[in-house]
Ligand binder design. Sequence first.
Ligand code: PAF
Length: 282
Amino acid sequence: MHVVTSKQELAEHIAEWRHNDEHVALVPTMGSLHAGHLALVELAREHAERVVVSIFVNPTQFAEGEDFENYPRSLERDKLRLKTTGTDLIFAPEATTVYPFGIENATIVSVPGLTENFCGASRPGHFDGVTTVVARLFALAQPDVAVFGQKDYQQQLVIRRMVEDMNLPVSIITSETIREDDGLAMSSRNAYLDEEQRTIAPMLYAELSAVGNELQNGRRDFAELESAAQQRLMDAGFVVEYFAIRRALNLEVPDRDCDDLVVLVAAKLGDARLIDNIVVTV
Ligand code: PAF
């Protein structure tokens, strides 16, 4: 497994693989890797002979006052974790490599519409930062496929839209959410939870599952389901940003006949902002 920081070194590896007719999969990450990331790598492995994992805590996707400075960084531990996963190359660039003209002067890639609600509303500028960095990583690594986690449901929809709209030559694969034994979706930000909050956090997935069951059983009073779940989470100590039932395809408000739904939640517990979702096909 190679670790490179420059775009020249990355390009040399990619050129050699291309020369050998090998396909390249990219797994973009911000590091602090957990089992959820390793599942992305495993899935990437199924789709390409070569796997690149990028590790870059992207400053442009953190809104003012968010946790960019405190975001957990553990490159040495991440390297060890990836060693046994079949990763061919880690790309761990400096900000000057990703944004050669500086962040202030960077060309921004922005997807309208899909980014307006949910995480886009509560984290202004967040998705512009995500699409801007992902487009740059695609340009640098030129992958055939790229793998993203379902936990960031809106993110993977936004990236799919960017790829389709710009006709980028990369296939997007979404990998299912990996959970702790008690249901909590794995996330680097779970590290912010204290012991008591950690016991409460699995309630997010429990509420999603309960609402998912109600939908499976035919309930279609979406607004009531949303507000009851939101209230139960608030009673348990969460500060809820949103709990919403939407069309899985495009996050629009579903009608009663819609058979592909997603239930999405974002809530804060202390310093940890947690997101999760489940797709419900009825
Ligand atoms: O999901 C993430 O970890 C980040 O948003 C991503 C896709 C690596 C872009 O920085």
